[in-house]
Design a protein around this ligand. Structure first.
Ligand code: GLA
Length: 377
């Protein structure tokens, strides 16, 4: 059943009435610009087809009632004015946080999604933005401004889930357009939609290693970067460059983190140029360099993800490239390649990669050329 239908039917089943509407928000895959958003850098994510649907309707005064259709119909019922964070955080935390920030009650929500969790494809940002859109629709408020919605969703991630993330995921989900990469300046929140060439495809392959974003590694990387900026006397690593880092007396680990950030921001700029000139070979080289840097300097990859990226890069050859995507420590690998190579590369990786526990390999094909290649099969 299509996602929006699933939300609608799930709402009717859970609350005994038809919903008044269904809101949607996509997930995102980050093409390049990893671990630079919280350093005020530039990033290049893209919304994906998978996402979260939230059917909404009325509920009693001072109450929000929510049902998680994918978690065995688990329910939460709360008064947003008095709701408090849960320990450990769960799906309810995001709904509570968004409802409290919106200052809204009297709403019933049925939530369902198609983004694999722990895959680095922003299932939680997608859920927050979809809930925010459902709440705005229920309040008959104007369509929320994407940047405001994204900032609310980030605040919920910080305060209700304890993850000190940047703004990339929420902005990609709230402001991204299908088939286009979103160039986002994380300092100013300025955006530019950059359509991918029609003959490029984006392939997202799950490594099968589930990532735990809140496990502490993420927050630790962020504080390494903040400490580097402090020691360099700069507002953020965005303001540094390799020469400044080389000249400073930094701890070797902090130096590696800082070097990754400044070089990754330069790679994002070069990647935009490669899209605009349709130069997929250069784009692929940038993806490979980003992966190596995340593995060796930022140290957020794991061996299975390295292996998957290597297999993809070997199969793709000069027709693009692949790298880990998202926060790291497992999750997915993104490949950008010529659309006419998708079937061949997919077959190669299906043959050569074995996901942990023998799980079936999950591969998504995105982008204008990707959709066309998907239809050809
Ligand atoms: C997670 C965070 C983002 C970003 C990425 C790494 O997805 O939510 O803010 O920092 O990791 O680029």
């Amino acid at each position: 059943m299509p996602l929006l239908e699933r939300a609608r039917a799930g709402f009717a089943n859970a609350f005994g009435q038809e919903p008044l509407g269904v809101a949607f928000a996509p997930g995102r895959v980050n093409l390049i610009g990893e671990h630079v958003d919280y350093n005020d850098g530039l990033v290049l994510p893209m919304p994906i087809t998978a996402g979260t649907a939230v059917a909404w309707g009325p509920a009693g005064a001072d109450t929000v009632e929510a049902v998680a259709l994918d978690f065995n119909q688990a329910r939460d019922r709360f008064n947003p004015a008095t709701a408090a964070p849960l320990k450990p955080p769960g799906w309810e935390s995001y709904v509570r946080g968004m409802a409290q920030l919106a200052g809204q009650s009297g709403v019933a929500l049925a939530i369902t999604g198609s983004i694999p969790q722990g895959s680095g494809l922003s299932s939680s940002a997608s859920m927050c933005v979809a809930v925010g859109r459902a709440l705005a629709a229920a309040a008959q408020a104007a369509i929320p401004d994407p940047a405001e919605l994204a900032q609310a969703a980030r605040q919920v991630e910080h305060d209700w889930a304890g993850v000190h993330c940047g703004i990339m995921d929420q902005m990609a989900v709230a402001a991204g357009q299908p088939g286009a990469a979103l160039l986002l300046d994380c300092r100013t929140l300025q955006t530019r939609q950059i359509a991918l060439p029609a003959d490029w495809a984006v392939m997202v392959v799950q490594s099968g290693v589930v990532r735990e974003l809140a496990s502490g590694h993420y927050n630790a990387r962020r504080s390494d970067c903040e400490s580097a900026a402090r020691q360099l006397g700069l507002p953020a690593l965005r303001d540094a460059d390799p020469a400044i880092i080389a000249a400073a007396d930094l701890d070797p680990v902090v130096r590696r983190r800082a070097l990754h950030v400044v070089q990754e921001i330069e790679r994002v700029k070069a990647a935009v140029g490669a899209i605009e000139t349709g130069d997929i070979e250069s784009f692929g080289r940038l993806l490979r360099a980003s992966h190596a840097s995340l593995r060796d300097l930022f140290e957020v990859s794991v061996p299975q993800v390295d292996q998957l990226a290597e297999l993809l890069n070997a199969a793709i050859c000069r027709d693009g490239g692949a790298r880990m995507t998202g926060g790291g420590f497992g999750g997915a690998v993104v490949a950008v390649l010529r659309a006419d190579q998708v079937a061949r590369v997919k077959a190669a990786v299906e043959q050569d990669y074995s996901a942990p526990g023998g799980a079936r390999l999950s591969i998504m094909i995105e982008g204008a050329g990707g959709q066309a290649a998907g239809k050809l099969k």
